[in-house]
Design a protein around this ligand. Structure first.
Ligand code: SF4
Ligand code: SF4
Length: 56
């Protein structure tokens, strides 16, 4: 499971395209991780330029 620190996220969308489970979604101006889809692989953390995605 991963979660996004909203105070760091710049909503660039880079992580969305790299998630193998399509678990990262854009809601209005926010990027969020769908807990029901996330497999906890943490691949997304390798692509975030602001280090906003954290393991839980
Ligand atoms: S941890 Fe893996 S499955 Fe979960 S949002 Fe990141 S890339 Fe997707
Ligand atoms: S890659 Fe990082 S800054 Fe960009 S949308 Fe994802 S969490 Fe936010």
């Amino acid at each position: 499971m991963a979660w996004i620190r909203q105070d760091r996220c710049q909503a660039c969308g880079l992580c969305l395209s790299h998630c193998p489970r399509e678990a990262i979604v854009r809601k209005d101006d926010l990027i969020a991780i769908d807990r029901n889809r996330c497999a906890g692989c943490l691949v997304c953390t390798e692509y975030c330029p602001t280090d906003a995605i954290r393991p839980q």
